[in-house]
Design a protein around this ligand. Structure first.
Ligand code: NAD
Length: 351
């Protein structure tokens, strides 16, 4: 079992980024390297100006899937500017870079998440070298502190709010039938899913609604904590294959695969998944998730995000090459069937 995020200092407060200087003082830190992607460099500049003399520098080259060459460059930069900590402002890509730097330098990381991906709550790091993505689990890489400030999430485009929210729900849904699930992780999962079921439609209505944004951020933390505590199965493995071998975008892939993977496993995990159906007012978890995604105008077809029909057979082959635990036995034909449904955007088959 992965270890639970017990020692993490987690704060939710609108405008809490303005307290970052104080937080650094409390932690005895004074030279922060602020991390972001190129697209969010404005956010890094804002944080650097908030912490003033505590800012040692900005590094705005975080990239999806944490390429090791970016990490090497960032580690060299952190050493050059004599940073004593990292502030990662962004989604899973930026927090992933922070984790990778910490792995190499032991610098403490403060995460300021701006998506719902949930990486801040896990000891998991995925890295890419020579086009191959590998994943490691090390308690050291989990951020020391997490500051959720819903003002920073209002700029997350609607389409990404939806797919990122469904990505978070995927952690919790798979956590419900995990072998290591406990009463506590199930409660966390149910709370996380409920936060998105209530909050995401409100975010869509008004992306500037800070209460709805905070509600969904609380959901992101809960779902991320589940991901960081119990093992995942078919859904995450399929998404890993589609992202790693076919370069499909992370959150969109999760959004599309989720109802199909859950419907497949529901045949043997009906009781475990019953809370999902109940939260969305349906009798089946898989169809409930499909209807919810459709109501939010989420992408529904792998065909629309770059997967060719001729790739389906190879994807099913890769996804079944290495055995892994799943509540229901996996065959190549079954995976191919799931992929065909998801490719065409059909409702999940209830088998
Ligand atoms: P991301 O971090 O790649 O962000 C996508 C884009 O949205 C980037 O350009 C980013 O700058 C921009 N963005 C983020 N927040 C924004 C905001 N509030 N306003 C405007 N733009 C914003 O996307 P993600 O889905 O959060 O993360 C995906 C990556 O995280 C993948 O590499 C995935 O493997 C990893 N991940 C890791 C874990 C883990 O536990 N290790 C968990 C989930 C995801």
């Amino acid at each position: 079992m992965l270890d639970a995020p017990l020692k993490q200092n987690v704060q939710f407060k609108i405008g809490s980024r303005h307290r970052l200087g104080e937080i650094l003082d409390d932690m005895g830190l004074s030279r922060a390297m602020v991390l972001t992607t190129a697209e969010q460099s404005n956010a890094a500049h804002e944080i650097a100006s908030i912490i003033g003399g505590h800012a040692a520098g900005i590094y705005s080259r975080a990239t999806m899937h944490t390429p090791v060459e970016v990490t090497r460059d960032a580690v060299a930069h952190a050493r050059e500017i004599n940073a004593d900590c990292l502030i990662a402002v962004g989604g899973g890509s930026t927090i992933g870079l922070g984790k990778a730097i910490t792995l190499n330098t032991a610098l403490p990381q403060i995460a300021v998440p701006t998506t719902y991906a949930g990486s801040e709550a896990t000891p998991i790091l995925g890295q890419t070298e020579n086009g191959i993505k590998t994943t490691l689990i090390d308690a050291k890489v989990r951020p020391t502190a997490v500051l959720y400030d819903s003002e920073l999430v209002t700029s997350l485009p609607i389409s990404m709010s939806v797919t990122s929210g469904l990505n978070a729900i995927a952690h919790a849904a798979e956590g419900l039938y995990a072998r290591e699930a406990t009463k506590a992780t199930r409660e966390l999962a149910v709370n996380g899913i409920r936060a998105f079921a209530d909050g995401l439609p409100k975010v869509l209505q008004d992306p500037q609604n800070l209460q709805a944004r905070e509600h969904t951020l609380r959901g992101a933390w809960a779902c991320g904590a589940v991901l960081g505590t119990v093992g995942m199965a078919l859904h995450h493995k399929l998404c890993h294959t589609l992202g790693g071998s076919f370069n499909l975008p992370h959150a969109e892939t999760h959004a599309i695969i989720l109802p199909h993977a859950i419907a497949f496993n529901e045949a043997v995990a009906k009781a475990e998944l019953a809370p999902v159906a109940q939260i969305f007012g349906d009798i089946k978890a898989g169809t409930a998730l499909w209807t919810f995604a459709k109501s939010l105008s989420a992408p529904m077809r792998l065909a629309d995000i770059g997967l060719l029909e001729t790739d389906l057979e190879r994807a099913a082959q890769i996804a079944t090459e290495k055995p892994y635990w799943n509540p229901r036995d996996i065959t190549k034909d079954a995976i191919l069937n799931i992929l065909k449904q998801a490719w065409a955007g059909h409702p999940p088959e209830l088998t």
